[in-house]
Design a protein around this ligand. Structure first.
Ligand code: PGA
Length: 256
């Protein structure tokens, strides 16, 4: 059984004081023993505050939204893996489509970043996903395979223990138009079959694949009940503590 992983990607939202207000509500709403692993990736400026707020609970792990692959140096505006480690960051989101589309990140760069993250004992959430045009042309599975093979080139089976994949169709991100559970399941199954080739059958069965793209409290349970959907990467709906905690709860096994 793969433990579900629900991650918040706050993007360029939430000040330090908003982070405090979020936590006041979320920590109560989410309950004492959520069954899913929860990751929150605030902007860099709120990492320290969220780390302080969550330091006495195991409920939430800290995530970062990006990082540079070098340890230090003349890279104005960048953040290194060791800087994240010092703040007790556990996960880093890499290859998000906004990084690819707006900041020109390539699979090769993403590969370098994953290498650096693993070396620093950071876990990776690697985002992959097709554009609307690619889906309309029926190329989505080919695009996913290409992104996975290039971003994950050169890793050994054991490296995959610290990697989570997020399937995020670009056309579903921030649009309110989520992939249907069937579309998402098809993509996830295809991602897992590529992972089998890259990491071996046994490891591929352990790798968690999150769905991301307009996940909301009212569609989360259906998406999360698909056999190969092992969690969610949530943007807009994670900014509200109540809706994010509802999504976390949607990952609990249904009581029959
Ligand atoms: P969204 O964003 O939930 O706002 O669609 C998801 C993401 O970009 O990770």
């Amino acid at each position: 059984m793969r433990k579900k992983i629900i991650a918040a990607n706050w993007k360029m939202n939430m000040t330090v004081s908003e982070t405090e207000s979020f936590w006041e509500v979320f920590s109560l709403e989410v309950g004492e023993t959520p069954s899913a692993e929860i990751v929150i990736a605030p902007p860099f400026t709120a990492l320290q505050k969220l780390g302080d707020l969550t330091s006495n609970t195991q409920k939430v792990k800290l995530g970062a939204q990006n990082m540079h692959f070098e340890t230090s140096g003349a890279f104005t505006g960048e953040i290194s893996p060791s800087m994240l480690r010092e703040l007790f960051v556990r996960y880093v989101i890499l290859g998000h489509s906004e990084r690819r589309q707006l900041f020109g990140e390539t699979d090769k760069l993403v590969n370098q970043k994953i290498t650096a993250a693993l070396k620093s004992e950071l876990r990776v959430i690697l985002c992959v996903g097709e554009t609307l045009q690619e889906r309309d042309e029926g190329k989505e599975l080919v695009v996913l395979e290409k992104q996975l093979r290039a971003s994950l080139a050169g890793f050994s089976e054991i490296d995959f223990e610290d990697i989570v994949i997020a399937y995020e169709p670009v056309w579903a991100i921030g649009t309110g138009r989520n992939a249907t559970p069937e579309q998402a399941q098809e993509a996830h199954a295809s991602v897992r079959s590529v992972l089998k080739e890259l990491a071996g059958d046994e490891m591929a069965e352990k790798i968690r694949i999150q769905y991301g793209g307009s996940v909301k409290p009212d569609n989360a349970r259906e998406l999360l009940s698909q056999p190969d959907i092992d969690g969610a990467l949530v943007g807009g709906a994670s900014l509200d503590p109540r809706s994010f905690s509802q999504i976390v709860r949607a990952a609990e096994p249904e009581v029959s």
